[in-house]
Ligand binder design. Structure first.
Ligand code: GYE
Length: 312
């Protein structure tokens, strides 16, 4: 105990900036890379003291963590909200305490936007659109013409920005092609285990799946296993076009090998960007309400340009 309070004193003496980070969980490779990025950025060498909490997929744990950051009077709160709804009360508490809140990756849905300072992440709707646009181009190339295109979708965590945006963007493009039939959209929770389970069910229910849109790489890995096992059981080779999201290194290897057709990038390395925002606030510089990260689509054609430098 004494040792601990001595540590706290040193921290205060050094005038480190205290940042409380509420991470939503560790469901995916994307999330692990995001956590590493945060921990590397907000370290003592860079002038920060990090309080980090992993909410293990529970909103109530995130709310608890944020309340504890408020009572410890941290300088900044950074958090990645698991779903968009239900944050008003706790954000109001942070605002009343005068602590700036920076949303990381996923967004919140609140009537009063002054409840948070800014948001740093990806344009998920644009990612969904890119998936649809890639598919349209690809189908034109293989002369699918007016035949029905049977699509199944593995969605991420229900009510999360990533799931809502990627679905909306893809639907936007799909609605322009009357022959695209979305057979089913199911929740795979952004995990490999659930992705496999759900894909196995989809393969049992639908004989003629042409396209799988899987809203993250981890679910895609599970789905690929399910497809392989179904082939073993039935002996039927299924030629399913696979579109994934995140573009982690392991997935890019599969793009290179031709197992995944297209992977829409989503960058988890948000530490530096968030640090820049904090420095702007520290220096009373103007802060925008949203900072978007630039992202690409990878296919066999361009995957080599990125694969060797991919650290996640
Ligand atoms: O795509 C997925 C993760 O919110 C962008 O969450 C993030 C998503 C990411 O679990 O892999």
């Amino acid at each position: 105990k004494e040792e601990e309070s001595k540590n706290e004193d040193t921290i205060l003496n050094q005038e480190l900036t205290v940042v409380g980070v509420s991470q939503l969980g560790s469901e995916s490779m994307w999330r692990s890379a995001n956590t590493v990025s945060i921990k590397e950025t907000f370290c003592k060498e860079n002038g920060y003291f990090l309080l980090f909490d992993n909410a293990r997929q529970k909103q109530e744990n995130q709310i608890k963590a944020i309340r504890s950051f408020i009572s410890q009077r941290v300088d900044y709160i950074v958090f990645s909200p698991i779903t968009e709804e239900g944050w008003e009360t706790v954000l109001q508490e942070a605002k009343d305490a005068g602590i700036p809140v920076i949303l990381m990756d996923r967004n919140v849905k609140v009537a009063d936007e002054s409840l948070y300072t800014t948001w740093v992440g990806s344009d998920f709707t644009e990612e969904g659109r890119k998936a649809g646009e890639w598919l349209a181009e690809h189908l034109a190339g293989i002369k699918f013409n007016d035949e029905d295109v049977n699509i199944v979708v593995l969605q991420g965590t229900k009510g999360s920005s990533a799931m809502l945006g990627r679905s909306a963007g893809f639907h936007e493009v799909a609605s322009q092609y009357p022959n695209w039939k979305i057979l089913e959209e199911v929740n795979g929770d952004f995990t490999t285990v659930k992705g496999k389970e759900e894909m196995a069910q989809l393969l049992k229910k639908h004989e003629n799946i042409d396209v799988l849109v899987s809203q993250n790489d981890d679910m895609t890995f599970g789905a690929l296993e399910a497809i392989r096992e179904a082939e073993k059981e039935t002996g039927v080779k299924r030629d399913i076009i696979i579109i994934s999201f995140d573009a982690t290194r392991t997935a890019l290897e599969k793009v290179k090998a031709g197992t995944i057709n297209a992977d829409v990038e989503c960058n988890p390395l948000l530490g530096d960007e968030i640090e820049e925002v904090i420095q702007r606030i520290e220096n009373d510089a103007p802060v925008e309400k949203a900072y978007y990260i630039e992202e690409k689509v990878f296919t066999q054609k361009n995957v080599m340009s990125v694969i060797k430098d991919r650290i996640y």
